[in-house]
Design a protein around this ligand. Structure first.
Ligand code: NAI
Length: 347
């Protein structure tokens, strides 16, 4: 699998079959926005639309229909909107299940400022690389006795080494200077200790890339004080989940940050944000994160020129400041923002 920066030369007039999961909450709105933008960019795509989450439960009686996994395995790539995971017993997260079943072991989230989006810091350009298959997200929880619950944190040498290789390979290909492994090995000496041991071994194979380690609580404080000091952050699953939302906050919020879940055989592209139930169905969601997830997808497919056109159109809308959604203090609806991006593409 080539990775989010692309794997080959652009091929003209290729038709791609891509699994599309609108999801629920704001998912269908940001998905519709994205397919309109992709169409305007002239990428020849046939979307295979598959329900997941609350919508799938209602329509097909299954939260995660088998057809979804089959479709992604067949097409190799998917663009996915957020799905709600109800809190409490009886539901396994669709996201966790998808990542585990398809072995999408690397979660990739580039965190960058967009033009004219007012934030505390400019020039933020960091990448969060998160192990996606184990840790406390293994779903191994049980009641020991009433009032006492045990939740198992699984860290393996294989998965730690695999994600470390992914991070250093990425840093080497993209000429990034430094990889920071984020951990809590001072307290979780065995689990985070093993993670660090594996990362150190891999780091030794990439002498041109600076390697450092940082305790997760201090990392969060450093991120809000001086995010420019970081380059590539490498984290276990839970820390990666939390730190990527923090990172989104640094550049303007969850509506802006795209993501990719990458494995050997498949890749699923999705925004960092969730289903945002409080604004769902109101035409208020910012579709930028989903549109930029499609940019990552098209780079992955080798459609560099089209990916760049979409990115430039989104940046042009921000530069013009004419169609900001309410999360960024503007008045534009999802539809109006989308239309502004489309206008930049077709003009
Ligand atoms: P959330 O990301 O849905 O919302 C957090 C805050 O950000 C809310 O104030 C929301 O209105 C705002 N926000 C998020 N995306 C936005 C957008 N595109 N435009 C404007 N504002 C936006 O996180 P929350 O509330 O913790 O989770 C809601 C549900 O989503 C939960 O069931 C959770 O499990 C699920 N979720 C799903 C994910 C996925 O499918 N990949 C990822 C994260 C959460």
């Amino acid at each position: 699998m080539g990775g989010v920066e692309g794997r080959g030369d652009e091929t003209a007039a290729v038709k791609y079959k891509i699994t599309l999961v609108p999801g629920d909450g704001i998912g269908p709105e940001v998905t519709t926005a994205t397919t309109k933008v992709v169409e305007a960019a002239g990428v020849d795509v046939e979307w295979e639309v598959i329900d997941a989450g609350a919508v799938a439960l209602e329509r097909h009686g299954a939260y995660l229909p088998d057809s979804l996994l089959e479709s992604i395995r067949r097409n190799g790539v998917a663009l996915k909107g957020p799905v709600t995971t109800p809190i409490g017993g009886g539901f396994t997260s669709i996201n966790v299940t998808l990542r585990q079943q398809l072995c999408l072991y690397a979660n990739f989230r580039p965190i960058r400022n967009l033009p004219e989006v007012k934030t505390r810091f400019g020039d933020v350009d960091l990448v969060v690389i998160r192990e996606n298959t184990e840790d406390l997200y293994s779903g191994l929880e049980h009641v020991v006795v009433p009032g006492v619950v045990e939740s198992l944190k699984i860290i393996t040498a294989d998965a730690s080494t695999r994600i470390a290789r992914f991070a250093f390979d990425f840093a080497r290909r993209k000429r990034r200077k430094r990889v920071t492994a984020v951990h809590k090995a001072n307290i979780m000496k065995l689990s985070d200790g093993l993670f660090l041991e594996c990362v150190r071994e891999v780091a030794g194979l990439y002498p041109e890339i600076e390697y450092e380690e940082s305790i997760v609580d201090n990392t969060c404080m450093q991120l809000v004080l001086d995010p420019q000091q970081f380059d590539v952050l490498l984290l276990e699953n839970l820390y990666g989940d939390i730190v990527s939302d923090l990172g989104a906050g640094l550049v303007g919020g969850l509506g802006l940050v795209p993501g990719a879940n990458l494995g050997e055989d498949c890749a699923v592209f999705e925004p960092v944000h969730g289903s945002a139930p409080s604004i769902a169905g109101k035409n208020l969601a910012n579709p930028t994160a989903m549109i930029l997830s499609a940019v990552l997808l098209f780079r992955h497919l080798g459609e560099f020129e089209k990916a760049q056109r979409v990115l430039s159109a989104v940046e042009a809308v921000y530069r013009g400041g004419e169609a900001l959604t309410s999360d960024l203090g503007g008045k534009a609806t999802t539809t109006e923002f989308t239309e502004a991006v489309v206008q930049h593409l077709v003009n």
